[in-house]
Write a protein that binds this ligand. Structure first.
Ligand SMILES: Nc1ncnc2c1ncn2[C@@H]1O[C@H](COP(=O)(O)OP(=O)(O)OP(=O)(O)O)[C@@H](O)[C@H]1O
Ligand SMILES: [Zn+2]
Length: 970
């Protein structure tokens, strides 16, 4: 027996090499006169090609590996074999690190293998050690595992791997061993070049593995994909789950991991999820249970599996498409390492394909943008992905496709793929898929949109970050990536938020300005997603405001308002970082100009006052599909402004509102007429110069009816028009009104007085502008106005003053939610008046707004505290019981839920605030969907659901914690 074979047996317990190639590679590495390139499929035993020589050579072998997790696996494995191997990484306790460094600096280090990431090997802190090892000639080999990461053509390119070229130059005379499982020809060449391999000896094993059976199933053609998956898994596992082997299901997102694991378990095969969103303990448990065959199926993102060496994997399913054929080969190659028949299946879906395609292209675009130039290699991921797609959509041998992709000869498949087994079935499936896509239209539309279609931009590939995670988790190297990831997440988050505001993803492409565009720097694309059209609109707002507020100090000496507007707009443009900030600044500027003009306005004639209002109206139109927080705010304010004389400013702070409302209280009768509020203008798209209470009682337009009522009811006008009187009469029967709205709880919010303003966020996010909807809703009920207009002021104040408002209604702080928050304010405001419907009835007329200061105080006290609100319901008068019988709206349910959940949140029962909000939102929907429960019922149900929920879990760690709540508990 040769020394090498003895060492193989002694250190690794193997009687022989696994293959001739393995033996040859070991021999070549040991010889040490040439660099070596090992190209062997997953599981072929590549590691041994450097590990065994490392043990036989004198000195230390430096092993570069991309992932700490992967390194840890390897090191643990070697430690178990009593091989002196260690790793230096950021996760290492400092004592251990010192120990390792001390050993490396000693005269004859004990260590034989030192595993390290490319980042760490290039880090300044490691350089002294590296130089010392080099200088003393103690480096036996440089092994580069997963060497394809060095290639920009490769599917897993890591920039840090490029630094290895420099390392190589420093380690003159140290033989290099590069290893990879997945390297198409051009990647191989790239690796050789980048790692400066000197005419390396290549040891390659053909990629064909005859024990692996490949097939592709079109998921969309299945009546129940989960049942289909179950049958497949059962068959692959040999019918009996626990003993005969195990399987991996790869999903792209955490959410689908959870979903698939849950379904499989429910259907009878225990399965556990594995993804980065799990607590480390849970994730490890999933892995250990699976490794120990306690759980047969692990449903994982692709971060799982690198370094996982389990022989009896009987199947690998791709529930979502892999991003390249090389990745797919590697991932599916985890099946059948013991050489026994195993299955690899893709549940293919064209929708999935389109999503991934989109994400890949987006990623390329992002890189190009960052780099500022295009690169030939940018196309590589697309080509790789196209190979993956071709693999799924082809009529041909799957094995042949894989082999050819890696530059191998076409193998003898012998029925180890679905096509070779029965080509007719594959063709039939393709035909059915084609028919389906014809029926449903092309899956790949330019801008597929939610909520049921895929809206790649809005959710970055799905509500739970579909697709991002794949990239995110791909290389889970926490060493240097955390900041980058935080930033990436921040960017995505901001983008998502901005998109939810705009609900308009179609505005990605910059439309250049027209020749006569007045804007300065008109063609600048400095602010992403800010269109020329938006800027022009803002310019016109500014100009209009300048024209109409010549009294404003800032512009009083100017003669050319357009020039001034251009200057102001440009100044704002230069000073803004994002489209939203830009637009908010414009609105703010408009508001400021109006404010400074307000004093004089108050003394001006009524006509001037009206004109101002009308001017503001024009500002209220959504800015080119964009609705910033401040704009939503301003849209709401605008209506209020129409109701409150002197407070028609487009953008007002809480303080302004307070001032205005106080002014309002003091000088109620200053204005004889009632300006009409803007809904009509928005509705018709016109920008009338002036509206007044000249609207006749006989006016049949419901909008006008509503608008004139708004103003008259919100202002304590002494003269009621006929229309107003009619409305006041209608308001007498609040119960009837309540019932009317009770039926509409899905898209309306019912206040105690029956006012309506709201819609579910999901729906709202579909709308380009919240205002037309709002108008629509208001049109449905003209009696809601008194409460609305009063309460909006209060709400606006509360929006600033009450942080709980944000918490209550906003999951993510979007303006959409802000508006929902506003609705809350309205609801409570009506309560705050202390007027029950009965009281209104008794008064015989709609009540004027209470003194603003009083309202402010009361509302602040009650608005966001459902307890207080409920107390009021219970104590105001005898009709409270009646009211509490009314079906609750979504928003009311949210109030209740938030209140019930709050103590849990305070006790730290939620890992994050967002989770708390999401859960509150989820519960609110759960409690209201398809139900007409009253407050009491909803409260009880909420409490019981929450109690049940926390009796099962200690702490809510992820959205999946409540995934099954609906099914199980409702
Ligand atoms: N000569 C051998 N005889 C028996 N088993 C072997 C031999 N060489 C390696 N193995 C075993 O084969 C399995 C796979 O080896 P290894 O992890 O090195 O594969 P790999 O090619 O590096 O795979 P991957 O691409 O996933 O990293 C391991 O369990 C290893 O112990
Ligand atoms: Zn075949």
């Amino acid at each position: 027996m040769s020394a090498v074979h003895r060492a193989l047996k002694e250190h690794f317990g193997f009687d022989q090499f696994r293959s001739q190639q393995q033996e040859d590679a070991v021999t070549a590495v040991l010889k040490g006169d040439r660099d070596v390139f090992v190209l062997m499929p997953t599981g072929a035993g590549k590691s041994l090609c450097y590990q065994l020589p490392a043990l036989l050579a004198s000195g230390i072998t430096l092993v570069i590996s991309p992932l700490i997790a992967l390194i840890q696996d390897q090191v643990e494995h070697l430690k178990a074999l009593n091989v002196p191997a260690r790793s230096i990484n950021s996760k290492l306790p400092s004592a251990e690190r010192r120990q390792i460094l001390a050993d490396l600096e000693s005269e004859s280090p004990r260590l034989k293998l030192l595993y390290i990431t490319p980042e760490m090997v290039a880090s300044p802190s490691f350089q002294p050690c590296l130089s010392s090892l080099c200088a003393r000639g103690l480096l036996a080999y440089l092994a580069v595992d997963e060497a394809h990461c060095v290639s920009q053509w490769g599917h897993d390119f890591r920039p840090d791997y490029l630094k290895l070229g420099n390392l190589r130059s420093r380690l003159q005379g140290v033989p290099c061993v590069a290893l990879t499982a997945t390297a198409p020809k051009r990647v191989q060449e790239d690796i050789e070049r980048s790692l400066k391999l000197r005419s390396p000896l290549v040891f390659a094993i053909p990629v064909f593995r005859k024990n692996l059976k490949y097939d592709v199933i079109f998921r969309d053609l299945l009546p129940d994909p989960y049942v289909h998956l179950l049958a497949f898994a059962k068959e692959a596992l040999g019918g009996n789950t626990a003993e005969k082997g195990c399987g991996i299901v790869y999903c792209r997102t955490r959410e689908s991991c959870e979903e698939v694991a849950h379904k499989l378990t429910k259907l009878g095969i225990p399965a556990k999820p594995y993804h980065a969103g799990l607590k480390v303990g849970d994730r490890n448990e999933s892995q250990t249970d699976w490794m120990a065959d306690k759980v047969p199926v692990i449903v994982a993102t692709i971060s799982f599996g690198m370094g996982v060496d389990k022989a009896n994997v009987r199947f690998v399913v791709h529930w979502n498409l892999a991003k390249s054929l090389a990745s797919y080969y590697q991932e599916s190659g985890r099946a059948g390492r013991d050489g026994l028949p195993s299955s690899c299946r893709i549940y293919y879906s064209p929708k999935d394909r389109d999503q991934l395609n989109f994400l890949i292209r987006k990623e390329i675009a992002r890189k190009q943008e960052k780099r500022g130039s295009e690169n030939e290699k940018d196309k590589s991921p697309i080509l790789d992905f196209e190979a993956m797609v071709a693999f799924c959509e082809q009529e041909g041998c799957r094995h042949a496709t894989i082999s050819q992709f890696f530059g191998n000869q076409k193998p003898n498949c012998a029925g180890a793929c679905d096509f070779c087994r029965d080509p007719r079935l594959v063709r039939a499936q393709l035909a059915r898929a084609a028919a389906l896509s014809t029926r449903t239209g092309p899956a790949q539309s330019a801008e597929p949109r939610g909520p049921f279609g895929f809206d790649p931009e809005l959710y970055a590939g799905g509500r739970k970050g579909y697709g991002i995670e794949r990239c995110d988790e791909e290389w889970g190297n926490e060493e240097d990536d955390s900041e980058k990831r935080k930033k990436e997440f921040g960017d995505i988050f901001r983008k998502q938020m901005s998109m939810r505001r705009t609900s308009d993803v179609a505005k990605e492409t910059f439309v250049p300005p027209d020749a006569d565009c007045m804007l300065r720097d008109a063609s600048s694309q400095r602010i992403p997603r800010l269109t020329v059209k938006s800027r022009e609109h803002c310019l016109s707002l500014l100009q209009e405001c300048l024209t109409n507020h010549r009294g404003a100090a800032e512009i009083s000496h100017s003669s050319d308002t357009l020039d001034q507007a251009v200057e102001i707009e440009h100044e704002i443009f230069r000073g803004s970082k994002s489209a939203n900030l830009y637009k908010a600044s414009v609105l703010k500027r408009v508001s400021e100009m109006k404010k400074s003009a307000a004093a004089s306005v108050a003394e001006e004639k009524q006509s001037e006052s009206n004109e101002e209002t009308a001017t503001c109206s024009s500002s209220s139109q959504p800015l080119d599909g964009f609705t910033s927080a401040s704009q939503v705010y301003s849209l709401k304010r605008k209506r209020v402004g129409a109701g409150f004389r002197g407070s028609s400013s487009l953008f007002q702070t809480a303080g302004d509102l307070l001032k205005n409302s106080q002014k309002e209280t003091l000088a109620t009768d200053k204005t004889p007429g009632d300006p009409i509020c803007e809904e009509e203008e928005v509705e018709t798209g016109k920008t009338p110069k002036m509206k007044s209470s000249k609207t006749t009682p006989a006016d049949s337009s419901p909008i006008k009816a509503k608008t004139s009522t708004t103003s008259s009811l919100s202002s304590p006008s002494k003269r009621l028009t006929k229309k107003q009187q009619k409305l006041a009469e209608a308001a007498k029967d609040m119960r009837r009104i309540s019932q009317y709205f009770g039926k509409k709880q899905v898209d309306t919010t019912q206040t105690k007085a029956g006012s309506v303003i709201s819609e579910p966020e999901e729906e709202r996010s579909q709308n380009h502008s919240p205002l037309p909807n709002h108008t629509d809703l208001i049109t449905k009920n003209s009696t809601s106005t008194d409460v609305e207009s009063v309460s909006e002021n209060v709400t606006a104040v509360l929006l600033q003053k009450s942080p709980s408002a944000e918490e209550t209604a906003s999951r993510d702080g979007t303006p959409v939610n802000t508006e929902i928050t506003a609705v809350q304010g309205e609801t409570h405001e009506s309560d705050a008046h202390g007027k029950s419907p009965k009281q209104s009835h008794e008064n015989g007329s709609p009540s004027p707004p209470a003194k603003r200061s009083h309202v402010m105080k009361d509302t602040k006290r009650v608005t966001f505290d459902p307890v207080v609100q409920e107390t009021q319901f219970d104590t105001v008068n005898g009709d409270a019981a009646e009211i509490s019988q009314k079906p609750v709206t979504l928003k009311e349910a949210a109030d209740i839920v938030v209140r019930c959940l709050d103590p849990f949140y305070k006790k730290g029962k939620f890992a994050t605030k967002d989770l708390f909000k999401s859960f509150a939102r989820f519960l609110s929907h759960l409690l209201t969907e398809g139900k007409t429960a009253n407050r009491g019922q909803v409260k009880m149900e909420a409490k019981s659901l929450i109690k049940g929920f926390f009796s099962r879990i200690q702490r809510c760690e992820s959205e999946t914690d409540w995934r099954h709540l609906k099914v199980e508990d409702r």
